[in-house]
Design a binder for this molecule. Structure first.
Ligand SMILES: *[C@@H]1O[C@H](CO)[C@@H](O)[C@H](O)[C@H]1NC(C)=O
Ligand SMILES: *[C@@H]1O[C@H](CO)[C@@H](O)[C@H](O)[C@H]1NC(C)=O
Ligand SMILES: *[C@@H]1O[C@H](CO)[C@@H](O)[C@H](O)[C@H]1NC(C)=O
Ligand SMILES: *[C@@H]1O[C@H](CO)[C@@H](O)[C@H](O)[C@H]1NC(C)=O
Ligand SMILES: *[C@@H]1O[C@H](CO)[C@@H](O)[C@H](O)[C@H]1NC(C)=O
Ligand SMILES: *[C@@H]1O[C@H](CO)[C@@H](O)[C@H](O)[C@H]1NC(C)=O
Ligand SMILES: *[C@@H]1O[C@H](CO)[C@@H](O)[C@H](O)[C@H]1NC(C)=O
Ligand SMILES: *[C@@H]1O[C@H](CO)[C@@H](O)[C@H](O)[C@H]1NC(C)=O
Ligand SMILES: *[C@@H]1O[C@H](CO)[C@@H](O)[C@H](O)[C@H]1NC(C)=O
Ligand SMILES: [Zn+2]
Length: 316
């Protein structure tokens, strides 16, 4: 009983780390062989060895259309004052959102979710890609994750940890775009990296900047859906994943700025690189997609399947 309580406490601490800023006792990392993702599968790191883990490779020929996957409603994404603070957590760069202002509903989700934070995963600039999810084995330079929990939990992350759909994560790929210092929204965001060079550094976001500004160029009706986990210890299997098909295009110079912050401090650590978990087995899970997303031929199979459906549709 006591052990169980301790475990729950650790889980809570980790999601709090994931969501807010509390530190965790589990010394997981990306950059040392003693604590990187190859050792997370042992018990102290949680349930990382289980069968509903993330990230996965999305094999587009195996994606199934699900008509229940409707359009999302994004609340507060256009509000340019929702971003509170940007932090170097020692494992990622995270932006916390002001309480209750950002919501996600629809999109086949069973209930409304409130967004707590977003953070990023990257490799080593544009030379080594570092997205977490891959699509047909393609890894993008970066991936942005917006993390939300059910609105009914009123921000209490401990409650999300006991619910198999307690959290909803929105994943956006980032790929290299044209020009320099583009888009302007990403120039504003990356300007803050110089203020959070060392682990634990954090500064308030004082610019007007909205999530819509950052998510430029993404058709948010086109996405993949599957059930998975947190991608960091303790890897709790509580996440409804949405991975958008279209990438955000960000110029190379800005992507290259992410490895200018440190895992620890500039005096005793390498630059922050390769902040992603390697893909894990999909096991018995299915990745689904809205029917509206099929038109853009993401797979010959999907296209053929939808053509094959045409006679059926005409009959009804
Ligand atoms: C993680 O550490 C293992 C050894 O424990 C090593 O083989 C592997 O290459 C490391 N992975 C990364 C991504 O550094
Ligand atoms: C994960 O590890 C735990 C503890 O060693 C074990 O009980 C459990 O069966 C493992 N799960 C899988 C899917 O291997
Ligand atoms: C779609 O929703 C209906 C009604 O909630 C449900 O019965 C059906 O199983 C769902 N279909 C899929 C593919 O999840
Ligand atoms: C869920 O969100 C939608 C869209 O913002 C809103 O219309 C609805 O009232 C919300 N439902 C609840 C129970 O808060
Ligand atoms: C990242 O790239 C820089 C510059 O190209 C290089 O010096 C460094 O060794 C690379 N680090 C890793 C971990 O690949
Ligand atoms: C970030 O650092 C720059 C340069 O040192 C400084 O001018 C600016 O005020 C800092 N911004 C914040 C929000 O602290
Ligand atoms: C931020 O939003 C306010 C209110 O909608 C608007 O007046 C202002 O122009 C916006 N600022 C920027 C930089 O977009
Ligand atoms: C970070 O630096 C501190 C102070 O030197 C050191 O105690 C700690 O072990 C370092 N942590 C990592 C993960 O390198
Ligand atoms: C996958 O397997 C797990 C564990 O064996 C089971 O609980 C779950 O219901 C299965 N899911 C599907 C979609 O078949
Ligand atoms: Zn993430």
């Amino acid at each position: 009983m006591k052990a169980r309580l301790a475990t729950l406490t650790v889980f809570a601490a980790v999601l709090m780390h994931f969501a807010h800023c509390a530190d965790t006792e589990i010394p997981w990392c990306y950059h040392l062989s003693s604590c990187n993702d190859s050792v997370w599968i042992s018990r102290p790191y949680g349930v990382c060895n289980e069968t509903r883990q993330s990230p996965i490779d999305i094999e587009t020929t195996k994606v199934k259309v699900d008509a229940n996957l409707t359009a999302f409603t994004f609340g507060g994404f256009g509000n340019n004052r929702t971003m509170k603070e940007i932090t170097n957590t020692g494992r990622t760069v995270k932006v916390t959102l002001r309480d209750g202002l950002v919501t996600v509903s629809g999109g086949g989700l069973s209930t409304n979710y409130t967004s707590l934070q977003f953070h990023l995963h990257w490799g080593n600039g544009t030379s080594i890609p570092g997205s977490e999810h891959t699509v047909d084995n393609k890894r993008y330079p970066m991936e942005l994750h917006i993390v939300s929990i059910k609105s009914e939990f009123n921000g209490m992350t401990s409650q999300a940890l006991t619910d198999p759909e307690g959290a909803a994560a929105l994943g956006f790929f980032i790929e290299e775009g044209d020009g320099t210092e583009q888009p302007a929204s990403w120039k504003i965001l990356t300007n803050y990296l110089a203020n959070i060079t060392n682990s634990g550094d954090h500064v308030n976001i004082i610019d007007d900047l909205s999530l819509d500004d950052l998510l430029v160029g993404v058709d948010r009706t086109k996405y993949f859906r599957y059930l998975g986990s947190l991608t960091t210890p303790t890897c709790d299997e509580i996440v409804v994943w949405t991975v958008f098909k279209d990438p955000i295009r960000v110029s190379r110079d800005l992507i290259d700025l992410f490895p200018s912050v440190y895992f620890n401090t500039s005096s005793n650590s390498p630059l922050m690189t390769n902040t992603f978990r390697n893909i894990v087995e999909i096991n018995n899970r299915t990745v689904t997609t809205p029917s509206s997303a099929v038109s853009k031929s993401y797979s010959t199979f999907g296209l053929l399947a939808s053509l094959a459906m045409l006679p059926l549709l005409h009959r009804t």
